[in-house]
Design a protein around this ligand. Structure first.
Ligand code: GRF
Length: 195
């Protein structure tokens, strides 16, 4: 059986990590077994670390705040990911800007809570909610040197309902994220092309 390995990087709650562990980890799709071989978090105490434990996975904590600069932090990430043998790296709520040290060496995908190229950056949920747009949504894209700028893999939108609150808007986004990210991983790793 062909096994494909993924590394998952996160910074906080880890609900998307949990969606991956529930829907993808150690499961077979089209004759391909997908396994989460490495979890990395840059914030000690992040709730995602507990979520990973429930699935029997230890998280490697690499504290970004302790590094002199982004490049040095990225070099350690790269080293660990290459060592793990991951075929694909998944940024699931990993709140770091990555440098070419990372982007040139690691094939990675990122989840972003808006319909890109609209609302790039760390405040996409609030900014899209406060805009005049009648739809919100989620994007999954390849990671490139440009923040939230690599080639799109999948997007899914929803319609704004009358009187929708920010909490409802955010809940809609998270529900879509928990579907679209696992689906994208499966799509990429079961395709007859090299990732
Ligand atoms: C998600 O909304 C993701 O799009 C954004 O950060 C959030 C992470 O949520 N980049 P979680 O940690 O997976 O619960």
């Amino acid at each position: 059986m062909l096994t494909k390995k993924i590394a998952v990087l996160f910074s906080g709650s880890g609900s998307n990590l949990e969606a991956i562990l529930k829907k993808v980890h150690n499961q077979i799709f089209n004759g391909v077994k997908i396994e989460v071989c490495l979890c990395i978090c840059n914030k000690p105490g992040a709730f995602g670390i507990e979520r990973a434990k429930k699935f029997g996975l230890e998280t490697l904590v690499i504290e970004s705040a302790k590094f002199k600069n982004r490049e040095e932090f990225d070099a350690v990430l790269v080293e660990q990911i290459l060592k793990s043998g991951a075929d694909l790296t998944v940024l699931a709520g990993f709140m770091r800007i990555l440098t070419p040290v990372f982007t040139a060496q690691i094939k990675a995908i990122n989840l972003h809570p808006s319909i890109l190229p609209l609302f790039k950056g760390a405040h996409a949920i609030k900014e899209s909610f406060e805009s005049d747009m009648m739809i919100g949504g989620v994007s999954v894209h390849y990671v490139s040197e440009e923040l939230d700028g690599g080639k799109l893999i999948a997007q899914r939108a929803f319609e704004r309902e009358d009187g929708m609150s920010l909490d409802e808007w955010e809940a809609k986004i998270h529900a879509i994220e928990h579907e679209i990210l696992p689906e994208s991983i499966i799509k990429i790793l079961t395709k007859e092309v090299n990732v």
